[in-house]
Design a binder for this molecule. Structure first.
Ligand code: NAP
Length: 288
């Protein structure tokens, strides 16, 4: 397929390399031209603006930071919408608010452009291996059109529902990961307080009902006390903000998510936002 890509960071660049490897023709635009160097070296072409990019492709993927950034590249002054050809599908892989995703979808639909919210789970390793889990919100026909491109980047592609539903699934994912990290930190805290080595405790639990990737990967990080990212705390904090804002708008309480968001926020406020968010373990261990 002719694929356009915007957002060539930790997640976006390996996705572009996988699209090229799968034989798709990829054109990129980046805010800082330097960010595109590796993609261009690997065979991608360059467009001078999101609008010019949109004019050349069948599917345009954005993988930027937050809701405002997606709005800017798709609907801003030089945004993709101004160059879109008939039949263009915009696929957004960033993690943004479900309400924001619905709004963007509606504004693009008014211009005849389909939009799919396609946030991902699996982190940098999943992006490099082309094994991301992709959670899709939007029309099934639009998903069918872009599936070959998504298959170059992800292994599990699930159509969750209408616009915004992919972002709802991602918000749910971030609760499970955050609360799971806190649970694993408490496991380590209890073992250590009892004078028991947490390493064989982790090993034993990995063979039983408490098995999880959070226990496996973040449990090891905690044992090593090494929080090189991974998934940076400031991004997890952004995501927990999306979770809590959504809950607030719906008038529901998510007390476990609130507690974890508070811990991640504390980490960011004390200047440790670049660490993996599993570093909240240190805060949990310091508490009485
Ligand atoms: P990143 O390394 O910071 O990359 C973000 C890229 O987006 C940068 O290359 C930046 O461009 C571009 N960008 C941001 N705002 C822009 C704007 N307004 N206009 C144009 N370009 C803009 O972040 P990442 O880790 O790849 O994350 C990307 C998205 O995936 C985020 O929403 C994140 O929450 C989500 N995510 C990340 C992970 C993970 O493990 N890292 C896992 C799942 C989901 P320049 O370089 O040109 O400034």
């Amino acid at each position: 397929m002719k694929v356009g890509y915007i957002g060539l960071g930790i997640m976006g660049l390996p996705c572009v390399l996988n699209l090229l490897k799968a034989g798709h023709a990829v054109t990129v635009w980046s805010r800082r031209p330097d960010s595109a160097a590796a993609a261009l070296a690997a065979g991608a072409s360059w467009a001078d603006s999101p609008a010019q990019l949109a004019a050349q492709v069948e599917v345009l993927v954005s993988n930027v930071s937050d809701t405002g950034d997606v709005e800017q590249v798709l609907l801003g002054e030089q945004g993709a919408v101004h160059g879109a050809q008939k039949g263009l599908v915009c696929v957004d892989m960033s993690t943004i608010s479900p309400i924001g995703a619905r709004d963007i979808a509606a504004r693009l639909a008014a211009a005849g452009v389909d939009f799919l919210d396609c946030p991902v789970s699996g982190g940098q390793v999943g992006a490099v291996n082309g094994s991301l889990t992709i959670m899709v919100g939007g029309k099934a026909e639009a998903l069918a059109k872009v599936r070959p491109a998504l298959e170059a980047m992800g292994k599990t592609i699930t159509h969750i529902g209408d616009s915004g539903a992919g972002q709802v699934a991602k918000a749910c994912n971030q609760i499970a990961v955050g609360v799971g990290v806190a649970a694993v930190a408490e496991v380590m805290k209890l073992a250590k307080a009892c004078g028991v080595d947490p390493a064989p405790v982790r090993e034993a639990l990995l063979g039983g009902f408490a098995q999880s990737r959070v226990l496996d990967i973040h449990g090891q990080r905690m044992i090593d006390d090494n929080y090189a990212p991974g998934f940076k705390a400031h991004l997890h904090w952004k995501d927990m903000g999306i979770v809590l804002d959504t809950a607030r708008q719906l008038g529901i309480r998510l007390p476990e998510a609130e507690r974890v968001a508070g811990l991640i926020g504390q980490l960011v406020e004390q200047g440790e936002g670049e660490l993996d968010s599993a570093a909240i373990a240190r805060l949990i261990w310091q508490q009485n």
